[in-house]
Design a protein around this ligand. Structure first.
Ligand SMILES: C[S@@+](CC[C@H](N)C(=O)[O-])C[C@H]1O[C@@H](n2cnc3c(N)ncnc32)[C@H](O)[C@@H]1O
Length: 289
């Protein structure tokens, strides 16, 4: 069969694939099948809807089936397409980085709100445990003259963060430093954001297979209690947080009392607040020096 041998039309292929995904327990099967079909054909939503009656070529069909099989094996949609939107920006993601979560947008909102109200210009921003770089890049993207330093223990994650910064920030607005928490950094920052791993390791098997089997373990859990890294970060914060600067740390609901108490103890002059996410669950701690 040549590549021009036509198979079923795009609509029928889409509907059959959605049925397969649904059978495999994928919740939003119709939408995901659409995203994967558009990805296989490399076309926009409008182009797909305008061409539903057209046939697929053999090679496009095979590519699409390959993507559907990956999804049935519970590879996350964002790893298959290589992209995820965060704070209205598109980020490249690979299995080397955590897929940015919508609830982390709270950290970006909080940081931007503070930088605006405190009238901080040319903000120095640190994103600790940057992964794809989504948090720090989203903040720096919205602050003229900002400079970002992204750190991560993973060199592979930092190379993805670098690609994302090249896409969304002006050249030379970002540095990438491999290392543990704030230890590789010098100087002070007006804004430190950190979405560090916080899931207790015993809870890993309870997670969705997409997360437990495919996202990097070192992006998910820091150890037994879940709060190990946030507490250690707090001990390093004081010399790195500029006067009137803000640190925003993501946390898991239930961790807020321990982390807030430690922050208040280590930074007694700072204003410490627990912030709720859109589902009204405690999701972050803000510390204003
Ligand atoms: C939960 S992911 C968050 C990624 C990104 N900030 C986001 O919100 O999508 C945590 C990141 O912290 C990194 N990490 C783990 N331990 C670290 C450490 N001790 N120092 C710096 N980064 C660390 C992981 O490699 C991972 O990229």
């Amino acid at each position: 069969m040549s590549d021009r041998d036509d198979l079923a039309n795009r609509r029928d292929v889409w509907i059959s694939a959605a049925a397969l995904l649904e059978k495999a327990g994928i919740e939003d099967a119709r939408f995901e099948a659409e995203v994967l079909l558009r990805h296989a054909l490399d076309i926009s939503r409008a182009q797909l809807y305008a061409s539903l009656g057209e046939p697929l070529t053999k090679s496009a069909f095979e590519h699409f089936i390959d993507l559907i099989e990956k999804r049935i094996e519970r590879s996350p949609l964002a790893y298959i397409t290589g992209a995820r939107e965060f704070y209205r920006l598109e980020f490249r993601v690979t299995p080397d980085v955590l897929i940015p979560r919508p609830e982390s947008e709270l950290l970006v909102d909080t940081a931007l709100d503070h930088l605006r109200k405190a009238r901080i210009r040319s903000a120095q921003i640190a994103d600790v445990g940057a992964g794809s770089g989504a948090l720090g890049i989203a903040i720096a993207h919205h602050r003229r003259g900002a400079r970002l330093v992204a750190t991560d223990i993973s060199a592979e994650a930092l190379s993805i963060a670098r690609e994302n910064a090249q896409r969304h920030l002006r050249r030379a607005a970002a540095d990438f430093v491999q290392g543990d928490l704030l230890t590789p950094l010098k100087g002070m920052f007006h804004c430190i954001v950190a979405n560090l791993p916080y899931i207790p390791e015993l809870r890993l098997p309870e997670l969705e297979p997409e997360v437990a089997l495919h996202e990097p373990r070192q992006a998910l859990t820091p150890g037994v209690s879940g709060t190990e890294l946030q507490l250690r970060l707090l001990t390093q914060l004081r010399p790195r947080l500029a006067p009137n600067g803000i640190a925003v740390l993501e946390l898991d609901p239930g961790q807020e009392d321990e982390i807030a108490a430690t922050a208040a103890q280590l930074l007694p002059d700072a204003t410490v607040r627990v912030l709720n996410d859109f589902a009204e669950r405690p999701r972050a701690l803000s510390i204003v020096a």
